[in-house]
Each structure stands twice: as structure tokens, then as C-alpha cells.
Design a protein around this ligand. Structure first.
Ligand SMILES: Nc1nc2c(c(=O)[nH]1)N[C@H]1C(S)=C(S)[C@@H](COP(=O)(O)OP(=O)(O)OC[C@H]3O[C@@H](n4cnc5c(N)ncnc54)[C@H](O)[C@@H]3O)O[C@H]1N2
Ligand code: MOO
Ligand SMILES: [Mg+2]
Length: 424
């Protein structure tokens, strides 16, 4: 059986980023929220756009005031007042100053700003009480933070609040982003009904499709829900064929173990999928199945290019399905989405266990629970009740999965473990 690390590297090798030419769309500024840049963004504007004042005070010529002090003040004539948003009308000559406010444009002739706390006003004259530290003091220069035409944001950057501020400032109102990764999701099992259907004896509500849909939708992926498919070779073949022809990634749950009705792996092979993973030494999640389908798709200029579809046959047990998704699927999707490699995850932190943790060994074991920061130290508290892959009830509020390596069966309370951070 493959180790978790081996499986992870197989999955990440199979996951190939979207194409930076074909898989790109241009969207309006606000529509770029949560999207990933597909190209380097540049602006035609310098930033700051113009020389402006960093303080409320007076724009002066440094040479006029460099030797002043409270004992030896310098008096200057105020030629105009420049609020933010206005274009100055006068050139500041020797012996003159302009009243200026934070963010207002520097007048020609002045090279330095003196903050108003270091001045005394008498009518149209201003007395400078303290000599500025250096010429250009409190002047924010045009282009000091960014020069027009140079790279502003790099491809692979996700547009969150701070990036949105940068794009808005630079007036980049048409943003080139990768299209969203399309993920088809369906559940398999004769026992499954949807949450709103009557529950006849022996049936079980399909929770997997709901959990996976929310997880991936919240991460910005485009989810295509294909419903519940019976454990029937014909129906499954039809569903898998449809899924692999429409999506970049397919997630099915159930039907990947060794039972009579576990058809998924056989159908994947019959349909020409190359099966790369049949089982992984992970608990929960052992029967994880991963296959790749090679496809040729038509590009916008009618030439052909290859675009693979990655298929994850996740185990049916609800916790197994989510653990496999957090551990393997999410990093693969992030890579495919065009995100930079530093953002693929998974993200681990070292955390102190507040109670002991046990496992049966042999498989890398993931214990679900909560991560807390206590005085700068991560602490992990396992979910109370049964840590059983069929028990999704105590999964609520999970923010971390403590990882016990196959050889480690007992972690004492107070010891540190690696914990996989998961979105909640
Ligand atoms: N003889 C063996 N039996 C099993 C093994 C094994 O190694 N040898 N592995 C066990 C492990 S570990 C897991 S995990 C499961 C995985 O089974 P499948 O992926 O084939 O899934 P199913 O058999 O279809 O279902 C398993 C379990 O999960 C419930 N389920 C399925 N789909 C959903 C859903 N959408 N929402 C909620 N619950 C779901 C289903 O009713 C079953 O109880 O196999 C073990 N068996
Ligand atoms: O994936 Mo199974 O848990 O290991 O029940
Ligand atoms: Mg089964």
C-alpha cells in the first residue's frame, strides 16, 4: 500500500495547472474577488500618482528653513491653501510657503513639508519653529511606491482584500483571471437518499455530496452536482462518462472498497482511465482511488490541446471522504487552479495535545478535533466521542486533524504533534 507521502506526490504530479492562454477570462474589478491572476498585472499609473504631502502643515523650500529653531524662527508668506484633491496654482518662491493638507499635491517650488505642530501662524505668515530633518521631509514622491509599467501583481496571486486595493488604486479594472476549476461531484450507493427524501428502512442520507460541495464552493471552485448514482454498472458508467467529459476533476464517494457492489475502479479502467492509486495507508481513507483520463479538447482557435481529467474515487464513509479531500484533493485543486506553489498546502502546524491520542498503527492516522492558539502556542483537542469514519456527528467544528505516523500509536497529553489545518 502507498504511504500518504507517496500518494501525495503522485496526486500533485497528476494535477496540472490550467493553461495560461486557453483557461483565462477577463473580469471586472469586483468580479475578480477570490479569483487567481492568470497574467502579470501592470498599471499605466505611477503610485503615488503625484508628489503629495504626508502631513497637514506647510509646503516650504528647504533652503529657507534648514537653519531655523525656536530661538531663530523663520517667517514665510503663505501664498495659497492646497486642500487634498486640488491642483496648486502658484509657484512657491524663496521666502514663501503654501498651506497644505495630507494627501494634497505639492506646489512647484516647494520641496519639503513642515508639520503644523512645528509652526506658529500669524495671519498670512507662518513661523517655522523647527528645522526639517532633511530636504523632501514629509513629501510622498510620484512613483516612489510603484513605477508605471513594472510588474504590480504576479500570476498565481489570489485576489483578496489587499490585492483588490492594489488593483483598484492602479485602475486595473479589467482583470485577467483563470477560469474556475470545474469539479463534478456525485455519491454512489443504493442506500442513499437526499436529505429531503423519506427514509425507508436500511436507507441513509447522502451527506458526502453536501459536505464536499460546501467545502469546494467556499474555496472558489465551480461545483457540478450529479446527484446520487445507484450501485449499478450501467448507471455508474453513464455518470462517470458524463462527469469526465464535463469536469476538470471528478469526485465520487463510495464503491471503492472490495465489496460485491464496489464497481468504481473497474469502470474507471473499462473507460480507459489510468489508475494511479488503489489504496493508501491512511486512516480514515484507505481505499482512496485516483485515476487520470487523457482528453483532447478544442481550443478557442480550433486547434487541439490535451487537458486531463483527474478522478478521485473517495471512500464512502463520511469522515474518510472529507479527510481524503482535505489531505489530497484540495492541494491538487489549488495547483490546477493556477495558484502559486506556496499556496497549495496542506498546511501543518505543531500543536500540543491537551489529552493523549492513540491509534492502531500501521496506517497514518488522522484524529479530528479543534486547534486553538493559547498564548502563542497551538493546542489540539480531539473531538469527543467515537473517532470512527462512519461517525460524522462529532465532526462539527473540526479545525484540525492531528497526524499520528504509522509507527506511533500513543501520544501522551502535553506532547506535540503535527496537525493539518482545515477550513471550517
Ligand atoms: N472487507 C473489507 N471491507 C472494507 C474495507 C476493507 O479493507 N476490507 N475497508 C473499509 C474502509 S476503511 C472503508 S473507508 C470503506 C469504504 O467503502 P466504499 O468506498 O466502498 O464505500 P461504500 O461501501 O459505498 O460505503 C461505505 C460506508 O459509507 C456510507 N456512505 C456511502 N456513501 C455515503 C454518502 N454519500 N453519505 C453518507 N454516507 C455514505 C455507506 O452507507 C457505508 O456505510 O469500506 C470498508 N470496508
Ligand atoms: O477509510 Mo476507512 O476509514 O479507513 O473506514
Ligand atoms: Mg463498499
Amino acid at each position: 500500500m502507498l504511504s500518504v507521502k507517496e500518494a501525495e506526490s503522485i496526486v500533485l504530479n497528476l494535477a496540472q495547472p490550467l493553461d495560461s492562454q486557453q483557461d483565462v477570462e477577463t473580469v471586472d474589478l469586483l468580479a475578480a474577488s477570490g479569483r487567481i491572476l492568470a497574467a502579470t498585472v501592470t498599471s499605466y499609473l505611477d503610485f503615488p500618482y503625484w508628489d503629495n504631502s504626508a502631513m497637514d502643515g506647510y509646503a516650504v523650500r528647504f533652503a529657507d528653513v534648514e537653519n531655523c529653531s525656536t530661538e531663530k524662527t523663520v517667517a514665510l508668506d503663505i501664498v495659497e491653501e492646497i486642500p487634498a484633491g486640488y491642483q496648486p496654482q502658484y509657484t512657491v518662491q524663496p521666502g514663501q510657503a503654501a498651506r497644505i493638507f495630507t494627501g494634497a499635491v505639492m506646489p512647484v517650488g516647494a520641496d519639503t513639508v513642515v508639520m503644523q505642530e512645528e509652526t506658529r501662524r500669524e495671519g498670512d505668515r507662518i513661523f517655522i519653529l523647527v528645522s526639517p530633518e532633511k530636504p523632501q521631509a514629509f513629501v510622498r514622491h510620484k512613483g516612489a511606491f510603484y513605477q508605471a509599467g513594472t510588474p504590480l501583481l504576479n500570476p498565481g496571486t489570489i485576489i483578496n482584500a489587499s490585492e483588490m486595493a492594489v488593483l483598484a488604486t492602479a485602475q486595473c479594472i479589467q482583470v485577467p483571471v483563470y477560469r474556475r476549476v470545474r469539479v463534478a461531484i456525485f455519491s454512489t450507493g443504493d442506500e442513499l437518499v437526499s436529505p429531503d427524501q423519506p427514509l425507508s428502512p436500511g436507507k441513509l442520507v447522502d451527506s458526502n455530496q453536501y459536505a464536499l460541495t460546501v467545502l469546494l464552493t467556499q474555496m472558489g471552485f465551480e461545483v457540478i452536482r450529479l446527484g446520487i448514482i445507484l450501485d449499478n454498472q450501467y448507471e455508474l458508467t453513464k455518470a462517470i462518462t458524463q462527469a469526465i467529459s464535463t469536469a476538470d476533476v471528478v469526485l465520487s464517494t463510495g464503491g471503492v472498497s472490495v465489496g460485491e457492489y464496489d464497481y468504481v475502479e473497474k469502470i474507471l479502467a473499462d473507460l480507459g482511465g489510468e489508475i494511479h492509486i488503489r489504496a493508501v495507508a491512511i486512516k480514515p481513507g484507505k481505499p482512496l482511488t485516483v485515476a487520470q483520463f487523457k482528453r483532447d479538447v478544442k481550443t478557442s482557435d480550433s486547434s487541439m490541446m490535451s487537458s486531463d481529467c483527474l478522478y478521485f474515487g473517495l471512500p464512502g464513509n463520511p469522515v474518510s471522504a472529507l479527510v481524503c479531500c482535505w489531505r489530497f484533493v484540495v492541494p491538487a485543486l489549488r495547483k490546477i487552479s493556477g495558484l502559486g506553489s506556496d499556496a497549495w498546502g496542506p498546511e501543518f502546524v505543531r500543536a500540543r495535545c491537551n489529552v493523549e491520542l492513540r491509534s492502531h498503527g500501521q496506517r497514518e492516522t488522522y484524529v479530528w478535533g479543534k486547534l486553538y492558539l493559547v498564548a502563542g502556542v497551538w493546542e489540539f483537542e480531539p473531538a469527543k466521542g467515537s473517532q470512527n469514519s462512519a461517525n460524522l456527528i462529532n465532526l462539527a467544528n473540526t479545525t484540525g486533524l492531528a497526524v499520528l505516523p504509522p509507527t506511533e500509536t500513543w501520544i501522551l497529553a502535553g506532547e506535540f504533534v503535527e496537525v493539518l489545518k482545515v477550513s471550517h
